[in-house]
Write a protein that binds this ligand. Structure first.
Ligand code: ATP
Ligand code: MG
Length: 420
């Protein structure tokens, strides 16, 4: 992609009304555009990253045995009355008049919709377990939408629903889901903790949140540094410096961002909506369910909160909107032709290249590159002779490289981490 033609220029300053790092940097660098509080458009750069995150999530869901579906945002009132949630979710669900005397709403979550689909089709225990997921936009009338992509009123979610014959089968799958979630956060280069949290109103069991510790998180968790005990302070009776109930070491408190949340729903929805199956002995039983959410858009915000410096964003290789930011910092014809050829060659090899061939000063281009944060910068400048300069945006490596060695360098940075 030629940067002169690329839509979404960087801004000189971050927007004045944004306070969080992710909103400031993603807006200034041209990834997102705010329409109104908690509602953002994704520009070409932002959409590239969002899709990479969704693909990481999708791969893990498929590996778990999940089958992808796509459910509507627009929901009829009657469906939500079956579970009592038309009223209990009134504050968070956008609800309004539809046609005639019908009320409709925008889905803040999809248990009702998915159970309705499954109850029309499920017959016997042989159809179970069943794992359905989608990657889709949710709507929630959040009271505070000030943290950019971390808390949207319209935001992207991956929601998986699991259907089982009994609790044992759910428990077994639940553990596999935890591992899949950990793979996802690892692939996004985030250190996440599995944290016990409120199970919601339907169960006495805990739910499990996946929390990324950062000073900018809205949640607070208490955890043990030596074993894996961690609880959301919402439910925690322990205090910082108390002893860990599991191993006796001291507990620590930290702010964190909830990037995922998984629940054992049991038979709450199957009961309310009559989702049953016929077992081996021909008797009708309620299906046992779990639900598993991740916010790809919140994840994108969380990654920026964790990976940035005073110059801009620092994308981890797996999420970088392009593989290479190729910077031509000279108006010499020979160098310019060389850069064009390199751009073409690398593009032909299948690498994603953003080529900054704009007629701007080197300083402006370098600042833009640091702001945008593509993992690898390749520089052809006045000083460049037979070797090119390269720089990893995270500062871990810089030096010079022969043209013939570039593919090797790229493979080192990307191939081991690429999600296929
Ligand atoms: P929170 O406590 O932060 O409001 P939640 O517990 O209501 O979130 P869930 O219903 O568990 O959220 O949703 C699953 C996942 O969807 C969350 O872990 C998060 O990654 C994402 N998510 C939830 N609400 C939002 C939001 N308003 N904006 C962006 N992502 C969100
Ligand atoms: Mg949650």
């Amino acid at each position: 992609m030629l940067q002169s033609k690329f839509f979404g220029k960087t801004l000189r300053e971050p927007p004045k009304d944004e306070t969080s790092f992710n909103a400031k940097l993603l807006s200034q660098a041209g990834f997102i555009d705010k329409l109104t509080a908690g509602v953002y458009s994704y520009l070409p750069l932002g959409l590239r990253v969002l899709i990479k995150i969704q693909d990481i999530v999708r791969k893990e869901m498929n590996d778990l045995g999940g089958q992808e579906i796509y459910m509507p945002a627009l929901q009829p009132q009657e469906l939500w009355q079956e579970t009592g949630r038309w009223d209990s979710l009134k504050k968070i669900m956008f609800q309004f008049a539809g046609r005639g005397d019908k009320e409709v709403g925008l889905a803040p979550t999809h248990e009702e919709n998915v159970v309705d689909i499954v109850r029309k089709r499920l017959n016997s225990y042989r159809d179970l377990p069943l794992l359905l997921y989608q990657i889709q936009d949710k709507f929630r009338n959040e009271p505070r939408a000030k943290s950019g992509l971390l808390r949207g009123r319209e935001f992207n979610m991956k929601d998986l629903y699991s259907f089982h014959t009994d609790k044992e089968d759910l428990d077994e799958f639940y553990q596999k889901a935890i591992t899949a979630y950990q793979n996802i956060f690892n692939n996004c280069s985030l250190d996440s903790m599995v944290v016990e949290a409120s199970g919601g109103v339907f169960t006495k069991e805990y739910s499990h949140e996946f929390q990324v510790p950062t000073p900018f998180g809205e949640d607070e968790i208490i955890f043990c540094k030596s074993c894996n005990f961690a609880q959301n302070t919402d439910i925690c009776k322990l205090k910082e410096d108390n002893k860990c109930p599991k191993c006796g070491q001291k507990l620590v408190k930290t702010k964190a961002i909830e990037v995922g949340n998984i629940f054992k729903l049991g038979s709450k929805y199957s009961q309310d909506m009559k989702l049953v199956y016929v077992d081996e002995n021909d008797s009708r039983k309620e299906v046992v369910m779990g639900c598993y959410g991740i916010g790809p858009s919140r994840l994108m915000g969380a990654v920026v909160e964790v990976f940035h410096d005073d110059k801009g964003i620092i994308w981890p290789a797996n999420l970088s909107p392009f593989d290479v930011h190729l910077l031509l910092l000279s108006d010499n014809n020979v160098k310019s032709n060389r850069a064009k050829k390199l751009y073409q060659d690398l593009t032909d090899q299948g690498w994603q290249i953003l080529f900054d061939e704009r007629k701007l000063s080197p300083g402006v281009k370098l600042n833009d590159a640091d702001l945008i944060g593509i993992t690898l910068q390749l520089i052809i400048g006045e000083k460049t002779k037979d070797r090119l300069e390269y720089k990893l945006r995270d500062g871990s490596q810089e030096g010079t490289v022969k043209e013939s060695e570039i593919t090797n360098l790229l493979e080192k940075i990307y191939s081991s981490k690429k999600v296929n």
